[in-house]
Design a protein around this ligand. Structure first.
Ligand code: GLU
Length: 281
């Protein structure tokens, strides 16, 4: 009955991540469930050991603990391989040979995300050495977000058959996320609104695996003074660099919830619990 934090190891954590962590820990406290930790390092070209080291130091600085073993995506892909084999047996995946260039040419101007129209879906290409795509169903996926209320996603219109593994064998976020939520027995997902559009397609994967889907709460994103989303590429403002420059964790906790005077973790959690309580359900 756990929830989880699953930071991507593609940069140092910043204030937006701290705000996210507060939502997860406030939710866990309210529900009386533990927090599991997942190191999201499926993107081998971008993950760096330094980011992981910094993550552990940051969590320690804020006094945020987790339950159980840390799941590191690169450590063991056996479960991912098994799940792909299961989808293959069910005829739900296929190999795709389209290049990035070809994919770009298939896009409609102004589309919010990459859409795959199923060009290779009947070619019967081997999975090995090709991008592996999941055949999305035509269904409208309805779910009740615990903050935003009822949502409806239609993956067949949003993204089409999405990639779950690239031609080099590297698994994708969508696939790892669902497999890991199953492996870690995650019953509650608390994450930023930026990933809300992924939920419908992830629900289709849960159904394909015949696994129970977790509940979802998508929280607002923290913006900087100019109203821009915090970006991981803003290295200068990483939590790590500020902590190393002597800024206290209490000061950063205050900033994450829009206050000026340093506050404890308990107070920061109370602030976010207030926002959580104003949620839709
Ligand atoms: N690594 C993803 C992120 O940081 C996790 C998204 C999720 O929780 O599913 O946004």
């Amino acid at each position: 009955m756990a929830t989880r934090v699953a930071p991507s190891m593609t940069g140092y954590l910043h204030l937006g991540h701290l705000y996210h962590l507060l939502w997860v820990y406030a939710y866990a406290e309210r529900m009386g469930v533990p927090v599991c930790l997942r190191i999201e390092d499926h993107d081998r070209s971008r993950a760096r050991p330094a980011y992981e080291k910094a993550l552990f130091a940051d969590l320690a600085a804020f006094g945020m603990a987790w339950r159980g073993d840390v799941l590191r995506q690169q450590d063991d892909v056996t479960f991912y391989d098994q799940q792909v084999a299961m989808l293959q047996d069910a005829g739900l995946v296929y190999g795709c040979a389209c290049s990035r260039r070809e994919l770009a040419d298939l896009q409609l101007a102004g589309a919010p995300e990459l859409f795959y129209p199923g060009r290779c879906s009947e070619k019967k290409l081997p999975l090995e050495g090709h991008t592996v795509r999941f055949r999305v169903g035509p269904d409208r996926m309805r779910f009740k977000d615990e903050r935003l209320g009822w949502q409806e996603h239609v993956p067949a219109q949003q993204c089409g058959d999405f990639a779950i593994r690239d031609r080099t064998g590297q698994y994708t976020y969508q696939f790892c996320c669902v497999c890991d939520d199953i492996q870690q027995e995650i019953r509650h997902v608390v994450r930023g609104e930026d990933v809300l559009p992924s939920t419908g397609r992830q629900l289709q994967l849960f159904h394909a695996f015949d696994a129970p889907a977790p509940t979802y709460l998508h929280h607002p994103l923290l913006c900087d003074e100019a109203g821009n989303k915090w970006s991981k590429r803003q290295h200068a403002v990483s939590l790590r660099s500020r902590l190393e420059k002597g800024v206290s964790p209490e000061q950063l906790l205050a900033e994450a919830v829009g206050l000026h005077q340093p506050i404890s973790l308990a107070t920061a959690l109370e602030c976010v619990t207030g926002q959580l309580n104003q949620s839709a359900s």
